[in-house]
Design a protein around this ligand. Structure first.
Ligand SMILES: *Cc1c(COP(=O)(O)O)cnc(C)c1O
Length: 372
């Protein structure tokens, strides 16, 4: 351990982007990468060419990027307001981050740093909340979910809030729909969030909104202690370029703007996000196909008696084994799928499988039928 490093960091290991993906036994060269919930399709050629044109003719690489993000925020506000039941979201209610990961870090810096607060998560859920909190020395309180529905244990959540004192619980993280379990928030859970006290910030991560078409943005004006996170990494196909955004009350947004680095997004990423929004009709046109594929794959996998499969409101599905044994468990199944050329993620004691292209989904189904 280096003597000048905070001792609490010694327990942490760096995030592995594809656990089981690049190590272990040799894998076929054709890999179906169904472990990170991206869209299976790259940007269409015309859009890549437009982006290349912008890079060549409009972006001056010797100049700092637009640190105000003004035109992107305007475009995001317009996009958000297109949703039924949502109106009046303005650019001063938007903050743009280098992926939503950066926004999560900024939120934690603004709320909990220096012993000011702890956070609540319901496991299994997106791992970055806990990972980033731990790197900042912020305590993480975990509650469980119902083993069948994955609804969060609201009783345990209440207890955590009333019993936390030093430091007090300051932030509740929920994902709508959750990853890895693919369930949307229930009316019960949403009611609980509505009634949380104003000194607790509620972060609603809608990374998969375009697949669920289910949003709580319409309630933001009634809940100034709520913030919604979205990303360009999933349905908008820009995972490589790292753009996420937050929607909240202008006062909270101005704090996020204070905390972030001044030039947090490269000009190229800003241009790509604007271009993606301008072409949203095209890019989001494949969502119906992905949802149809999801329903078909779930129906086919339900025919395999060894598997327990949950419904999904997103672009991935979650499964476990009905009767795991030493001969057959999910880490083994994950490794076998990998040796057949399909990467999936083992997390929260289940397998999370991204819905890919029709060919990828067919191969996944074939492998699972053969292995089980
Ligand atoms: C993929 C994902 C994100 C996106 O993170 P970026 O940093 O924007 O790529 C955020 N939240 C959840 C729950 C996710 O699954």
């Amino acid at each position: 351990m280096l003597p000048y490093i905070r001792s609490d960091l010694s327990q942490l290991t760096a995030y592995t982007p594809h656990p089981g993906g690049t190590s272990g036994q040799p894998v076929p060269t054709l890999l179906d990468r169904l472990d990170t919930n991206e869209c299976p399709y790259d940007l269409p050629d015309e859009l890549k060419q437009k982006l290349a044109w912008l890079y060549q003719h409009e972006i001056e690489t010797n100049r700092y990027p637009d640190g105000s993000h003004a035109s992107l925020k305007q475009a995001i506000a317009e996009y958000v307001n297109e949703t039924d039941g949502v109106a009046g979201i303005t650019p001063d209610q938007i903050s743009v981050g280098n992926g939503s990961d950066e926004l999560i870090r900024s939120l934690l810096i603004a709320t909990c740093l220096n012993g000011a607060g702890s956070i609540l998560v319901a496991d299994p859920t997106f791992s970055m909340y806990g990972i980033i909190a731990t790197t900042l020395g912020i305590p993480v309180i975990s509650v469980n979910r119902h083993p069948d529905t994955f609804e969060l244990d609201l009783g345990a959540g209440k207890t955590a809030i009333t019993q936390s004192a030093k430091p007090p619980l300051r932030v509740v993280f929920v994902v709508h729909p959750n990853s890895p379990t693919a369930n949307a928030l229930t009316p019960n859970e949403i009611n609980w969030l509505r009634n949380l006290p104003p000194e607790i910030l509620v972060v609603i991560d809608e990374a998969y909104f375009e697949f669920s078409q289910n949003t709580l943005v319409g309630e933001l004006s009634r809940h100034p202690n709520w913030i919604i996170l979205r990303t360009f990494s999933k349905a908008f196909r820009l995972a490589a370029l790292r753009v996420g955004y937050a929607i909240a009350h202008p006062e909270l947004i101005s704090v996020l703007e204070k905390v972030r680095l001044p030039y947090n997004l490269p000009s190229f990423s800003l241009a790509a996000a604007s271009l993606a929004l301008e072409n949203r009709q095209t890019l989001l046109g494949v969502i119906d196909e992905i949802i149809g594929e999801r329903e078909q794959l779930i129906a086919e996998l339900k025919q395999i008696p060894a598997l327990k499969i949950w419904p999904s409101a997103s672009n991935f599905l979650y499964l476990r084994l009905n009767a795991p044994s030493p001969a057959l468990d999910l880490p083994k199944l994950m490794a076998q799928l990998k040796s057949q050329g399909t990467l999936v993620r083992y997390t929260g004691e289940g397998l999370r499988i991204t819905i890919g292209s029709p060919a990828e989904n067919q191969r996944t189904l074939n492998h699972l039928q053969k292995l089980l």
